[in-house]
Design a protein around this ligand. Sequence first.
Ligand SMILES: *Cc1c(COP(=O)(O)O)cnc(C)c1O
Length: 391
Amino acid sequence: MPDLNDVFTPALAELQARQLLRHRRQATLGDHGQFTVDGAPRLAFCSNDYLGLAQHPALVAAAREAAERYGVGSTASPLVSGHSPAHELLERELAEFVGMPRALYFHSGFATNVGCVAALVGRGDAVFSDALNHACLIDGARLSRADIHVYPHNDMAALERELRACTAPRKLVISDAVFSMDGDLAPLPELLALCERHDAWLMVDDAHGFGVLGEGGRGYLSHWGVKPSTIASRVIYMATLGKAAGVSGAFVAGSVPAIEWLMQRARSYMFATGAPALIAEALRASLRVIEAEGWRREHLKVLHARLREGLQGLPWEAPASDTAIQPLILGDNATALKVMADLEARGIWVPAIRPPTVPVGTSRLRICLSADHRLEDVDRLCGALREIAQS
Ligand SMILES: *Cc1c(COP(=O)(O)O)cnc(C)c1O
């Protein structure tokens, strides 16, 4: 058998040849969405810190005080000694915030989906998964050993056909609430109606809607005017807390027995060290800021309208987006990388997203707005894109 070097040196060279090799930058967040990237200042449109909370003084102070009180490590799984009073309060406040009977906090969103999907269904059951779902929902479905039915993106007619034909004892529909590479929404009323008609459960991943959508930033369910407690017997709501909430980790919320089951059986919860209490305290502060500083969501809407206006007339498609995520579809990898480099030469950082993250032929710039941006920052981005398009 060839050794590790013999296998992976050519494998990496092949990624390089296909323009799929990724590089990390050393990035430090500053003011107004500015980062220092490998030592140079960059106006960045790449962070998921949609509300600009990652450096909010109230969150930083909460984390600092919690470090003094609890130290920095959580010591064990939450089922052993890794669940502090701070975690307990956070879970209660999360449940109350999204209007569900109970919530369970996980150290990461990826771990949440992988563990929860696999704990909800098993061999002989069926999972119905939107074609554009996030990798961790897909991996959770695979890990569950249930049969996986992938339906075309947001195609409710196709989903209904699959559901109608299915005789599995448990059916679980899984969907991103806001699709992470396009910024569009899954149609909750239709999803709920289908799940009721065909007796399926629904799990929605609101990584990009929590904090941004809905009344007071309560997220996707609130956006659609659905009262969460009325659907808790069928729906598991999941959201991450490292994006708009500005910290890290994630949670699931739903009925008391369902969430208790996930605590008992999600392996990524049981067999992982809990997040530090200082993270839980920073998140509690974040919930208060999300609610109190509604101007951040308002400002994001103003920035979004300005961006949509500024992207008009460019030779690239900018599909309508409902959120702070705005894709600009460039096509092949080389074009996406070229435009990214041309922006970078002008001091602007927008990541090029390539397969396998997005389908082949839809390589794109994923422009992310943050409440930290100013109108002039958006104007600078649009001006640079116009220059690049004409050059
Ligand atoms: C980012 C993301 C996750 C993963 O959450 P982490 O906390 O970053 O692990 C899950 N689902 C979606 C849709 C995401 O965008």
